[in-house]
Design a binder for this molecule. Structure first.
Ligand code: GTP
Length: 598
């Protein structure tokens, strides 16, 4: 297809504002199979394919559209992942497009999380087409939302399209706007190949399959290609497009979007953001912006039932096939037995993986408190990267500890500036600057320790701003800090899985709050159970869980059998997420309690 007839775009929207529904309308209108039909159609094979470790992702789809000007256009819709942990992936998807639809719910207005992505899109010089969706709703306020788009984002909303993805109103107008307002791609098709990887999947027959936007040059079957970040080389077996079903084509040329397969064994070779070039006629420089994604947050995952260890390993391996940013290695805990230390891009990523392990693989897991990666400088001059409090060297071997810092941008309506600043200060933040984005909206920049952000920062930010603030951050490097390891002793034994690294100034407060919380969470036993927080051998907080009173138990001795059975069953249920540590049963919540006592 000639470049002047191609348009590459994505959809930016807050969750529930109608992105999927609108995409369906566009697919339907242009005669492509609707996403949901597609899912229905392939569902039968999907069960099977899932067993082989394939997930079908509809990340890019080609639409053919005959516009009012009588010409046939190819419109490539590229999906963007929806949350903060994947900012980098979002930015790569945006880099593959020339324009974006900004979908805003006519009853809700602009929501915080949409903003960060709009700014990312503006940074990439994307043409943004505002679409005010759900105008069929009785409480729709398209005029108010129009003003908001102008005030908050500073976009001209005069040409915003009023639409209802539900009824189909506005669909054609959106397609026309894509053709008229988004510029066509302009890559040199004779130049050496430069293809941007914006996503990839793993297929057990064809290997890792990168999803690509050709920026310059072209690629076809039989070509020898090179991944510029890793240097790995392969021969192309097929190139194709998504209709949305994958379909082979002979060539992909500058401006086009599709996939290629090349018997690539490992998804790690197809890193998002990397540039694919020709091995025989390589480009001099890769496309800008590539970054190797590193896990930022680590936690331990342990099966409740230790027999499930191998199943957990299998499940993690399968998930990793489609998620190169997930890392894991075996870990042994005195308290919890055998499990894995896993690395994630952020807290949400961590929660998603946990949920998938439990839902899709039926595993019951104990998760330990997340930790960032510390840089430990030893007295002998050596440097260790430590992602697990239990791996911290003995205090006398440590010269100092450094922790990762981020530059955080928080956008908030101006009336919440006070509470947001208070929050940042309480989290050891350093104020950098403040900008008025409009009369009503402010952007605050702070330096903050990443460790503070992964605790309850986001929740607190949301509750202090009624959900209207958005947070975005970028890791800026390491800084020394007064950090100490705090241990928790239960019944006089250190429970390694409960240890955390914390700032010395906060240790006392955190220790206090944590033992109090644990006292509430750990069920009473037949004996008194002391709970202590300690730094080294110094106890900084203590609580005691009093023993169960005898007469409570006495009730179930002898007497009514059904009652006794009921009680036993109840206990069994309650035990589900418990791990016996020494002589004490500790519930799952206890291991995450540290998150709630920021
Ligand atoms: P995620 O997939 O969770 O990111 O949400 P989404 O942004 O893709 O939203 P989705 O398309 O799933 O729509 C969210 C809800 O809004 C669904 O219940 C839709 O049926 C409904 N919806 C979408 N568009 C419209 C519309 O134009 N009018 C009305 N009344 N409802 C709509």
């Amino acid at each position: 297809t000639e470049q002047k007839n191609i348009r590459n775009f994505c959809i930016i929207a807050h969750i529930d504002h109608g992105k999927s529904t609108l995409a369906d309308r566009l697919l339907e209108y242009t005669g492509a199979l609707s996403k949901r039909e597609m899912v229905d159609q392939v569902l039968d094979t999907m069960e099977l394919e899932r067993e082989r470790g394939i997930t079908i992702k509809l990340q890019a789809v080609r639409l053919n559209y005959r516009a009012r000007d009588g010409r046939e256009y190819v419109l490539n819709l590229i999906d963007t992942p929806g949350h903060v942990d994947f900012t980098y992936e979002v930015s790569r998807s945006l880099a593959a497009c020339e324009g974006a639809l900004l979908v805003v719910d006519a009853a809700q207005g602009i929501e915080a999380q949409t903003l960060a992505n709009v700014y990312l899109a503006l940074e990439h010089n994307l043409e943004i087409i505002p679409v005010i969706n759900k105008i069929d709703l009785p409480n729709a306020e398209p005029q108010r939302v129009r003003r908001e788009i102008e005030d908050v984002i500073g976009l001209d909303a005069g040409e915003a399209i009023l639409a209802s993805a539900k009824t189909g109103v506005g669909t054609e107008e959106i397609l026309e706007a894509i053709v008229r307002r988004i510029p066509p791609p302009r890559g040199d098709r004779e130049a050496p190949l430069k293809a941007l990887i914006f996503d990839s999947i793993f297929d057990s027959y064809r290997g890792a399959i990168p999803y690509i936007r050709i920026v310059e040059g072209q690629v076809q079957k039989g070509d020898r290609i090179r991944f510029m970040a890793t240097g790995a080389e392969f021969e192309v077996n097929e190139v194709g497009i998504f209709t949305p079903a994958p379909r082979q084509v002979t060539t992909l040329a500058a401006g086009e979007v599709g996939f290629l397969s090349a018997s690539i064994k490992n998804v790690k070779d197809t890193r998002v953001g990397d540039t694919i070039t020709s091995a025989t006629r390589p480009a001099r420089e890769p496309l800008p912006g590539y970054r190797k994604v590193m896990p930022m947050v680590y936690c331990g995952l342990f099966p409740v039932d230790s027999e499930q260890f191998d199943n957990l390993r299998d499940a993690l391996e399968k998930l990793q096939l489609n998620d190169a940013s997930l890392s894991f290695e075996p870990e042994t805990s005195v308290a919890l037995g055998f499990g894995f230390r896993c690395g994630f891009l952020g807290l949400l990523h961590m929660e998603i993986i946990q949920e998938r392990l439990e839902r899709e693989y039926g595993l019951e897991l104990i998760t330990t408190a997340p930790s960032v990666v510390y840089r430990v400088v030893r007295t002998d001059g050596g440097v260790e990267m430590v992602d697990n409090p239990t791996a911290l060297p003995a205090p006398n071997l440590i010269d100092h500890i450094e922790e990762p810092y981020v530059e955080a941008t928080i956008m908030t309506p101006r009336e919440y500036v006070g509470p947001v600043m208070e929050l940042c200060q309480g989290k050891r933040g350093t104020f950098l600057n403040m900008d008025y984005l409009s009369e009503k909206r402010v952007a605050l920049k702070y330096d903050l320790p990443l460790a503070e952000i992964i605790y309850d920062f986001f929740d607190q930010l949301k509750s202090r701003t009624r959900g209207y603030a958005s947070l975005d951050y970028e890791v800026k490097g390491y800084r020394p800090a007064e950090l100490v390891k705090m241990d928790i002793l239960i019944n006089n034994e250190v429970v390694d899985a409960l240890s955390v690294i914390t700032h010395r100034d906060q240790a006392y407060h955190r220790g206090r709050a944590l033992v109090e919380r644990l006292r509430q969470l750990i069920p009473r036993q037949l004996f008194d159970v002391p709970i202590q927080a300690a730094i080294g051998s110094r106890i900084i907080a203590r609580e005691t869980i009093p023993a169960l009173r005898k007469n409570v138990l006495a009730k179930c001795y002898g007497g009514d059998v059904t009652r006794k059975r009921k009680l036993l069953e109840k206990q069994k249920e309650g035990k589900k997420r418990m791990k016996q540590v020494g002589t004490v049963d500790i519930p799952q919540e206890a291991f995450m309690a540290v998150l709630k006592v920021g």
